[in-house]
Each structure stands twice: as structure tokens, then as C-alpha cells.
Design a protein around this ligand. Structure first.
Ligand code: A2P
Length: 317
């Protein structure tokens, strides 16, 4: 499970988590992947309403628990998130209850605001898409998410979530949130890997006792345009893996854990799910070698303006 990280409200979170976003493909894939992950020893599952597979996470977890009576629901840290179109206070509550029912659990361990963007919904709680094929931004709730955060706090106070936090938030967004938050966010889940090392945002989060949680720690989202350079084919990173007789994924996971945050590798392949949980310790020399690859990099190649019609990251503004 990796080292246990203490959140600012006293809740414990295993630093190795299993990402379920990859498994939204064929029916039954997530169910099997979740069982494989729990069998491999992961005790932290990262989910989201948006992934449309929480029902399979729930059924996989229940099947594992019934076959392993020594493991209890309380031994597993479950995160889920509210999607952009459900930021109105009553919708936040609807979202967490919908997720809880699918996950077959009375509470989650962390409930996060998935993106700092509020958009319109349809009557049936589906995402509203505008005539331009993009999300329809709700400007005021995006610019001032205080009502959304109040709903998050209410969910926390009702015990439906043991902690509340955010995902994809910038330092500026966190600074504003901390001004009015009565319940502080415990985590900020962001993309982190050697091509996007997030030095400043990690430092800021840690200074505020907010734990960074890394999604895409294997760098699968980043490919340098033009050169096609990827984390997975970087020769300096592969050299560290080869030297240690481990996979590159193991090196990348170890690098994140050594930097002091949580990492969420995802895979739908049972043998990779298992090998990714084979935690290794990176020597100072190897840690430095990975840091050297990361040095001077921090470019994001996926532009949220194209996806959401709204700038999330300051460098895209
Ligand atoms: P697969 O499901 O076939 O294993 P990231 O977490 O950075 O988004 O990366 C996830 C991607 O990395 C998935 O497509 C997953 O594919 C792949 N992946 C996961 N573990 C490994 C591994 N140990 N070696 C190679 N690829 C991996």
C-alpha cells in the first residue's frame, strides 16, 4: 500500500492507489481489475462519477471482501469525485449519493471536486453539451465555487465522506478556496510525472498541509508534439529501470512516493496491476537520475480549452 499519509483532518491514506479510469472499456473489465488490484494488495481505489464504472468497482470490491473475510471495507480507502455538471449544491449531494449506491458503500474516504469548472446539466443529470459540441460553462459558479464547496462540507459533516478535497486545482484556485473553506481540502489530485513534475504546485500544496495525489504517474497523457517524445520511451528513465532490474512503471511509482505524495497508477492488465504494486526503493543516485530528466520540464500538452471550452491552467490563458 506504500507509506500511509496522514491527511490534515487525521484520516490515513495509503500512498499507493489504483486508478480506475483506464478500465472504462469493455463490460466487466473494471470489476476484474478491481479484484486483481485488491488481491495484489492495493488498499486505495481512485474512482469518479465520470468514469461510468463505479458499479463495477463496487461489485469487484464486494466480491473481493466476501472471498477475503480478513479484509474489511474500512481497510480500503475509496475516493470518488463530482463531475463538472453537478456543481450546484443539490447536484453535489445527488452525485455523492449516486456514487455511494453504485460503489455499494455508505461512505467514501475522499470526495473530490473533479475540475474547477462548473457546467450545465440536462434534466436527467447527464452532461449538457452545447451546439458547438463543448460543455456549457456556468460562469459564476466556475469563478466562485463557494456554494459548491459548502455542499462538499455538508457531505463531510453528514459523514458521507471521511474527507473532502479537489482535483486539477491551481495554486490560485486553492488560495481562494482556503479563504472561505470551513473544512479544508485534504488533497489536490493532479497529473504528475517526470515530464510534468509540478514543483511549484506540490510545494504550495505541502505548505498548506494539502496532500498532492498524482494521476497519470506513468506519464501516459504526455507526448511532446513534434518529437513524439514520451515518458515511456525516455532512455534515461529506462536505464534506471534496467539497472535495477525492474519496470519503468516501478521506477516512476517509487519516484513519486519518494517525493512524498500519493500515486495512482492504472492498468487493466492483471500482471501489470500486480507488478506495479511491487514497490521498490529508489537509491539517492537513481532518484537524482529521474529528477534530472524532470529538470526544466513542466509542459502540459493537453489543452483543457479544447475539452471544456475553458482555461484551467494559467499557462493556457
Ligand atoms: P494497461 O492497462 O494495458 O496496463 P498512467 O497511469 O500514466 O495514465 O498510465 C496508464 C497506462 O499505462 C495504461 O494505458 C496502462 O496500460 C499502462 N501501464 C500500466 N502499468 C504499466 C506497466 N507496468 N508497464 C507498461 N505500461 C503500463
Amino acid at each position: 500500500t506504500g507509506p500511509i499519509l496522514k491527511l490534515n483532518n487525521g484520516v490515513s491514506m495509503p500512498s499507493l492507489g489504483f486508478g480506475t479510469f483506464a478500465n472504462e472499456g469493455s463490460k466487466g473489465e473494471t470489476h476484474k481489475a478491481v479484484i486483481a488490484a485488491l488481491e495484489a494488495g492495493y488498499r486505495h481505489l481512485d474512482c469518479a462519477w465520470f468514469y461510468q464504472n463505479e458499479g463495477e468497482v463496487g461489485s469487484g470490491m464486494r466480491e473481493f471482501l466476501s472471498n477475503n473475510p480478513n479484509v474489511k471495507r474500512e481497510d480500503i480507502f475509496i475516493t470518488t469525485k463530482v463531475w463538472n455538471h453537478l456543481h450546484e449544491p443539490e447536484d453535489v449531494e445527488w452525485s455523492v449519493k449516486d456514487s455511494l449506491a453504485k460503489l455499494q458503500t455508505p461512505y467514501v474516504d475522499a470526495f473530490l471536486v473533479h475540475w474547477p469548472i462548473a457546467t450545465e446539466k440536462n434534466e436527467d443529470h447527464s452532461v449538457k453539451i452545447g451546439s458547438d459540441g463543448k460543455y456549457v460553462i456556468k460562469k459564476s459558479l466556475t469563478e466562485n465555487p463557494e456554494p459548491t464547496w459548502r455542499a462538499m462540507e455538508s457531505i463531510y459533516n453528514q459523514g458521507l465522506a471521511k474527507s473532502i478535497g479537489v482535483s486539477n486545482w491551481t495554486q490560485k484556485g486553492l488560495e481562494a478556496l482556503l479563504q472561505y473553506a470551513k473544512v479544508k481540502p485534504t488533497v489536490n489530485q493532479i497529473e504528475i510525472h517526470p515530464f510534468l513534475p509540478q514543483y511549484d504546485l506540490i510545494k504550495y500544496c505541502q505548505s498548506q498541509d494539502i496532500v498532492p495525489v498524482a494521476y497519470s504517474p506513468l506519464g501516459s497523457q504526455d507526448q511532446v508534439p513534434g518529437t513524439g517524445e514520451k515518458v515511456s520511451t525516455n532512455k534515461d528513465l529506462l536505464a534506471v529501470a534496467e539497472k535495477n532490474g525492474v519496470s519503468l512503471a516501478q521506477v516512476l511509482i517509487a519516484w513519486g512516493l519518494k517525493r512524498g505524495y500519493a500515486v495512482l497508477p492504472k492498468s487493466s492488465n492483471p500482471s501489470r496491476i500486480k507488478s506495479n504494486a511491487g514497490l521498490i526503493n529508489l537509491s539517492d543516485e537513481d532518484f537524482a537520475a529521474v529528477n534530472k530528466v524532470a529538470e526544466g520540464r513542466n509542459t502540459r500538452f493537453v489543452n483543457m480549452k479544447d475539452t471544456f471550452g475553458y482555461n484551467v491552467w494559467p499557462e493556457e490563458a
